[in-house]
Design a protein. Sequence first.
Length: 404
Amino acid sequence: MQVGNVTTPFGRRSVTLAQIKGQMRTAEIKAGKKADKWKVFRDACEARVVLGVQDRALAVLDALLTFYPDNELSEDRGLVVFPSNDQLSVRAHGIAGTTLRRHLAALVDAGLIQRKDSANGKRYARKDETGGIEEAFGFSLAPLLARAEELAQAAQQVAAERKRFRITKEALSICRRDVRKLISAAMEEGAAGDWGHIEEMFLGLTGRIPRTPTVADLQQILEEMEMLREEIINRLEVQPDSENMDSNAVQNERHIQNSNTESSNELEPSSRKEQGAKSSPAIRPTKEPIKAFPLGMVLQACPGIRDYGPSGNVESWRDLMSAAVVVRSMLGVSPSAYQDACEILGPQNAAAVTACILERAGHIENAGGYLRNLTRKATCGEFSLGPMLMALLRANGAPGRKAS
């Protein structure tokens, strides 16, 4: 075989070194090897960026495959198709002749097909005495059969890279939303800190996202955005800690009053109606803090809250309370309503109730009013978190079914 514009077994045509390597690889096809032509075609489509072919070229390859009579590519049945350009143009949705020839050349250069030209350059088949094809001249599909495994692996790699891109993009979107909500909540509640500067940092990060980003672009910005979110949460933790101390102090005071039988509440009447009474049955002791349920139970009943936790997950009560701050702002619950809930229910239970409200957000018109109503009921001892969690657990019992 000679290289250049000389006669070769594939006709009088210029042959590149890449095409020669492809011919050598085709010659190494194992005897009896078969491959589903449409499976190989789908893999080639999936790996088109790696192969460097355009969609129109793949449309031409699709048309060529329709001229192969069997669904399985096999050397035993021949691998050469010989349609005319007019026939190919019709099956390739009316592609113009010059465009057709350009895409056929692209398929050859990509190593997906090979030319097998006759002496006069025409495409045809020579038949034997029985009418069977003895020899055909046109386009050989042998490279598709020879590279079936390679194309399948390339398609898997492209699919994996696309999945990685999608996951990274989704993680960045969630992180952006979290940071935006946290900054808004901090500004709304008047938390200490230079939130204007932090917002400028946030806008700077979002402004660096390219119009057509790569995975590397998104990954770098995601890491910086996660660091910013962690910094904001660390700053906001100062406020919840002080609220927890105040809430615990109130709860301890109430508990002491309820436990001390000689307390002033019992010895001194609180109204004219109670004057002269030795004991005051009308006075109702303030109910002890609502029982905190296991975190795992809360997350099973309210899986939606996980998306709002740090790094898109909730792994501790601290994470749940951080997520609740974000959800509270998103649902339009005022800071005062949430603070009242923390004082009456306790910070953990307030976060759990917020998770429940998020789970039923589609059925609650006014989340802030709903939370205030639950807080008032808790003050009177008329609210328990357990039935609410159990109802959501039952609703989420069936796979794929949302809480209603």
